[in-house]
Ligand binder design. Structure first.
Ligand code: HEM
Length: 149
């Protein structure tokens, strides 16, 4: 991430914090609307608690932007836990789309193309790290390939 992108992520995130729970509600509604495979995964999950976890995770990422490397092991663990509950690669794209859509709706005039590019990049980095860790957990050869390349 560039310093300008980091600043933009922080600035936009600051504006989401006061409307966090409402934004998280819009996010899950949107996710279930655009990806019907996502909803069954949340059967039996306490959604109020889930919204809190989502906001806390995003907050941690924003706080850790200066040193994303340090977050990698935790993000990899998160990816393995998601694979264990059956989350697929394609669902990460749906989550990314729902996240960007929610930010756009939530921020209105304060949303911009630059903010969109910065969020897409940050989400992409996290999602790729999660997906990669999930793949390596199910196929140790994938890790060997990555280390060799
Ligand atoms: C960057 C992407 C994502 C982040 C940061 C994220 C974050 C989290 C966090 C923090 C939890 C709490 C449980 C834990 O820590 O293991 C969680 C649970 C969960 N996530 Fe995600 N998630 C992401 C992507 C996805 C995707 C793509 C799906 C698929 C639709 C998904 C479905 C779920 C489900 C079903 C649970 C509840 C698991 C359970 O309690 O049974 N997540 N997520």
């Amino acid at each position: 991430m560039t310093p300008v992108q980091t600043a933009l992520l922080r600035e936009t995130w600051e504006q989401v914090i006061p409307i966090g729970d409402a934004a998280a509600t819009i996010f899950y509604d949107r996710l279930f609307e655009i990806d019907e495979t996502a909803k069954p995964l949340f059967a039996g999950v306490d959604m109020a608690e889930q919204r809190r976890k989502l906001l806390k995770t995003l907050n941690g990422v924003i706080e850790g932007l200066n040193d994303l490397e340090a977050l990698i092991p935790a993000i990899q663990d998160l990816g393995r836990r998601h694979a264990a509950v059956g989350v697929t690669d394609a669902q990460y794209d749906s989550v990314g789309a729902a996240l960007l859509w929610t930010l756009e709706k939530g921020l209105g005039d304060r949303w911009s193309t630059e903010a969109q590019v910065a969020w897409a990049r940050a989400y992409g980095l996290i999602a790729d790290t999660m997906r990669e860790a999930a793949k390596e957990a199910s196929d140790p050869g994938a890790k060997a390939d990555r280390l060799a390349n």
